[in-house]
Design a protein around this ligand. Sequence first.
Ligand SMILES: Nc1ncnc2c1ncn2[C@@H]1O[C@H](COP(=O)(O)OP(=O)(O)O[C@H]2O[C@H](CO)[C@@H](O)[C@H](O)[C@H]2O)[C@@H](O)[C@H]1O
Length: 481
Amino acid sequence: MTSVLSVSSEVFPLIKTGGLADVAGALPLALGRIGIDVRTLIPAYPSVLAGLGGGQVVAEMPELFGGPARILQVEVAGLDLLLLDAAHLYDRPGGPYIGINGYDHPDNWARFAALSKAAALVGLGLIPGYRPDIVHAHDWQAALAPVYLEREPDRPRTVVTIHNLAFQGAFPHAIFAELGLPDEAWGVDGVEYYGSVGFLKGGLRSADAVTTVSPNYAAEITTAAGGMGLDGLLRGRADRLTGIVNGIDVETWDPATDPHVAATFTRGDVFRRTINKRALEAEFAIEEDDTPILAVVSRLTWQKGLDLLAESCDDIVAAGCRLVICGSGDRMLEGAFLGAAARHSGRMGVRIGYDEILSHRIQAGADALLVPSRFEPCGLTQLYALRYGCLPVVSRVGGLADTVIDANFAAQAAGVATGVIFSPVSREGLMDGIGRLVRLYEDPSLWRDLQLTAMSSDVSWTSSARRYADLYKSLLPEPLA
Ligand SMILES: Nc1ncnc2c1ncn2[C@@H]1O[C@H](COP(=O)(O)OP(=O)(O)O[C@H]2O[C@H](CO)[C@@H](O)[C@H](O)[C@H]2O)[C@@H](O)[C@H]1O
């Protein structure tokens, strides 16, 4: 049986700041169902330890970046977890990356180099009786693992997955001496990146395979426009780069059984969504009527194009729509949305914060989900939306273009349309997409067809897990006949 050590800085349901956690939590379960043994290594943040109460110590390291560390093994929600318990690195208030003062933890380089180093040691047999075939590192926080492994004889194969190329883990040259890497690792074929240490850059250079989370994004990042400075390297590794679209956990996100919504529903009784729509109006204190509710569930950042939405709120309300927003991030955007909601009381509601339960209620009760991203490696919220019959209105970028089928004339005629795709990513493009959505909404039987087609989209992990399994297999030596 192929065994994989998955390495991530967050994993649902234990610690989540974004889509990485969803994938790190759901992919191992899907791989497990097709016979791949996955263990997941994450830092033992205080909130993770508090929720677990114990675990078995399976390895000890007397010195890991300034203090002792150990690895605890525990099973949670079907995940076989390895927790890197190192109080000097992780036992502190704040989030996984940011302290309570709102700034990055100053030693993030050491915190995540330690995660990568521990992954490499586990890959080489640190835990008695366990030697994974593959070390699969997610994003920059784990990306040094392949660099630590690169020169080891008899090492596991390595994969780096890019969930967000905007975060590259770049640190001053001075830390290189602290990483415990050989001198040869400093240079263009190693971690050096324009004079700094680039964690992601090093991982992309050293890994046996590189993946990202949709085929379209895999193509975009090899261009100067989408490569965020790494396109040259990625073009050079094009033969090792694949895009595998994300799935979602279809049990956590199941409108037929969702415990968080006012009324569960299926394709057969999709009319019951109205109960959720009424509940959403009450929750956001907006007027009760039958005009479309457009929604956003997102980090409020430039990536997500939400400045374009902030500029369009007045037009959206004027077009007869209502708008509900759940998100947090950029303070200017938070203020802009709160200001617009105050101007459009009854037509627009805003919840600043991170609220997992509310995100389910929004998907179940809103008519459409807006995702006007400037770039989007895959995007998960549009997949939740499809499953909940909340039609996605997305920009034509990255994985959004790979997962939504635009309701153009041909797609409508063929009965395959699942949402609206707009371009360019501009205020005019977004308003054009919303205008098209409103026209679709005005035809109730067409709208119902679109909802039912959206709900039958395959957003599960089944086929993508197989693609990861095939990739792992391609990296391993052929078994002897
Ligand atoms: N205020 C809020 N309240 C509740 N839930 C909230 C929330 N804000 C965001 N979320 C949740 O956080 C997750 C966000 O995932 P996305 O994939 O959409 O974007 P993200 O940019 O974080 O992920 C990156 O990694 C993922 C995984 O590969 C890629 O899909 C994506 O393109 C890439 O940018 C979703 O589960 C969403 O519901």
